[in-house]
Design a protein around this ligand. Structure first.
Ligand SMILES: NC(=O)N[C@@H](CC(=O)O)C(=O)O
Ligand SMILES: [Zn+2]
Ligand SMILES: [Zn+2]
Length: 346
């Protein structure tokens, strides 16, 4: 049995850092292991313009722990009034690595997202020209569509028509949660990739609902039935270039998770690498962990791979904190429900 594994330093291709006291508290949880992350722009107010992205980047850099080598990869929040030229300039300067599309109302802080896809056609066409990836929260928002079907329906009714109408558009289907999503990415050619979260490799919908409602397992897209989790595990551990890690680590204070109307999001920054090593070991795929966390993401984003390395080792069970204390209140860490034998060596 493998006891130790050295891989290129990983990146996180979908991360929520928030702002202020929360940013200060959660940033070290990511920088401990990760070299870069695609930073989600769903702040209040959202990060819409290049100037806002530049200012947010400065706040992240100012919050870095001493000595941390971490590069935030900034994104712009797409609205129906986004200026294609602002996006193109932000991409050309290297400031922005992707544009994020939230269907309006789909998830946390998505109210300024897109309702009418025709209104963002100009931006998408410009992005296709310059090769700038579009990151997608891939769920329809119609109240009549069952929440467990919203990703699959999005593929057929929104994503496929959108890609046909905008040839060359490079798309990341984020936090894929269904076998349909996996199949769509697999069959979609070189211009589409999918990120997979840590928690969707571990939980299915029973974890949220059976034996009592567990708000810390509630996230969007919501975890689906077990067959979908199995499809996600197969995709993540396949080594295929179109699948890579986007943790979607999304901190919310406990007061807002343990609530009559609890927020969506699982906080996984702290224990992601230990959990992934466990999952890949279970799938007899430790030799493909590096592809998932360190190689396939930069491949799609056309960025160099990291030169630094981390070593994971297997040994005694590693204790994890139950909560991270932040200036905004405690944030509960995702509980994988199994002991963690893998650790990242310091
Ligand atoms: N994933 C989540 O459940 N929540 C994210 C938003 C998102 O990524 O959809 C958040 O910002 O809290
Ligand atoms: Zn999302
Ligand atoms: Zn997210």
């Amino acid at each position: 049995m493998t006891q130790s594994l050295t891989i290129r330093r990983p990146d996180d291709w979908h991360l929520h850092l928030r702002d202020g006291a929360m940013l200060q508290a959660v940033l070290p949880e990511t920088t401990r292991h990760f070299a870069r992350a695609i930073i989600m722009p769903n702040l209040v107010p959202p990060v819409v313009t290049a100037a806002q992205a530049m200012a947010y980047r400065e706040r992240i850099l100012a919050a870095l722990p001493e000595g941390a080598a971490f590069e935030p990869l900034m994104t712009l929040y797409l609205t129906e009034t986004t200026d294609p030229e602002d996006v193109a300039e932000a991409a050309a300067s290297g400031l922005v690595k992707a544009v994020k599309l939230y269907p309006a109302g789909a998830t946390t802080n998505s109210a300024s997202g897109v309702r009418d896809f025709d209104k963002v056609r100009g931006v998408l066409e410009r992005m296709a020209e310059i090769g700038l990836p579009l990151c997608l929260h891939g769920e329809v928002t119609s109240p009549e569509v069952d929440i467990f079907d919203r990703e699959a329906v999005f593929l057929d009714t929104v994503l496929d028509p959108l890609r046909r109408a905008t040839p060359g558009l490079r798309v990341v289907l984020e936090h894929v949660t269904t076998s349909q999503g996996v199949d769509y990415v697999r069959g979609g050619g070189p211009d589409i990739a999918g990120t997979i979260t840590t928690h969707h490799l571990v939980i299915n919908r029973n974890h949220i609902l059976a034996g009592g409602i567990r708000p810390h397992y509630y996230c969007l897209p919501v975890a689906k039935r077990e067959t979908h989790r199995q499809a996600l595990r197969a995709a993540a551990t396949s080594g295929e270039a179109s699948f890579f890690l986007g943790t979607d680590s999304a901190p919310h204070v406990d007061a807002l998770k343990e609530h009559a109307c609890g927020c969506a999001g699982c906080f996984t920054a702290t224990n992601t690498m230990a959990i992934l090593a466990h999952v890949f070991e279970q799938e007899a795929a430790l030799d493909r962990l590096e592809a998932f966390v360190s190689l396939n993401g930069p491949g799609f984003y056309r960025l160099p791979v990291n030169e630094a390395r981390i070593t994971l080792s297997r040994g005694a069970v590693q204790a994890m904190p139950e909560k991270i204390l932040t200036g905004a209140g405690p944030v509960t860490l995702f509980d994988p429900g199994f002991p963690l034998h893998w650790r990242v060596e310091a």
